[in-house]
Design a protein around this ligand. Structure first.
Ligand SMILES: [Zn+2]
Length: 262
């Protein structure tokens, strides 16, 4: 074994030993190289970087009525998120409406930094119940620590490649972490397992906030009717197997929460 390769093997072994395990809100064990607090601070930076040019172009929060509508719905979801994961009460939650009628998308970074594109609401003619399902799903990704998890996976492969090339750079620096946080939240597809988790948690948050669980099914039907390949949202949220059937099965369990909240 040459020196570089043996260093690589040692590195991978150490990586395995030092990597922390955590159990997320869905009860699943996750291997974490990036802590949630690091993902949250990186996301805070990524949020600023991402929104600055949009704001300068005059495309942020232009429609006061729409912003108020989105805020009203997300505030009710955030209240439930805090009950489900009390430490999220410390998060600096924020939601922005991006004026982009062509883009069908929404996201929530680690730490509750959210954005909603006007195209999602306009093209799909979303009801309040359906908006709540989208944002419930997005918030669920943050609550279940999917950002830090995906950053960990990205970092593990980056570090391994960098070390093998003997050129470890700024892999843990602030700027590359912010770029990584933005990339996993906005560009890269979630795993189907993460999607199923977010569906389950999201419909529950929405029901407890007083939004109709049936809207989870109509939402994904509307998404599908526009054609998966054209939607930014569908490229980052690949459809888990039997999504519609799985959501339908959850509805009876969610109805009591919904009725109690109304
Ligand atoms: Zn998703």
């Amino acid at each position: 074994m040459n020196t570089r390769l043996s260093r690589f093997v040692v590195f991978i072994t150490m990586l395995t030993l030092v990597s922390a395990c955590a159990t997320n809100v869905a009860g699943r064990r996750q291997v974490m190289l990036v802590s949630e607090s690091k993902a949250i601070s990186a996301s805070k930076q990524a949020y600023v970087n991402m929104l600055e040019p949009i704001s300068k172009a005059g495309k942020l929060d232009n429609d006061a009525a729409l912003l108020q509508r989105v805020n009203r719905i997300t505030n009710r979801l955030i209240e439930q998120a805090k009950k489900m994961r009390p430490e999220s009460a410390k998060w600096e939650w924020s939601v922005k409406v991006i004026d982009d009628p062509k883009t069908v998308n929404a996201w929530c970074m680690a730490g509750g930094k959210m954005a909603f594109y006007t195209g999602l609401i306009e093209k799909l003619h979303l009801t309040d119940d359906e908006i709540a399902q989208v944002m419930g799903h997005e918030i669920a990704h943050a609550l279940a620590n999917h950002t830090a998890e995906r950053m960990s996976v990205a970092m593990a492969s980056d570090l391994a490649v960098n070390l093998y090339n003997s050129t470890i750079g700024d892999a843990t620096g602030t700027s590359s972490l912010a770029a990584s946080a933005a990339e996993v939240a906005i560009k890269l597809p979630n795993s189907r397992q993460s999607e199923s988790e977010a569906d389950k948690i999201g419909i529950e948050l929405a029901a407890k906030a007083g939004y109709n669980p049936n809207a989870a099914v109509t939402l994904w039907q509307k998404m599908a009717s526009l054609g998966d390949s054209k939607l930014e949202f569908m490229s980052t949220h690949p459809s888990p197997k039997n999504r519609e059937a799985a959501l339908k099965r959850l509805i009876p369990k969610m109805m009591p929460y919904y009725q109690a909240a109304r």
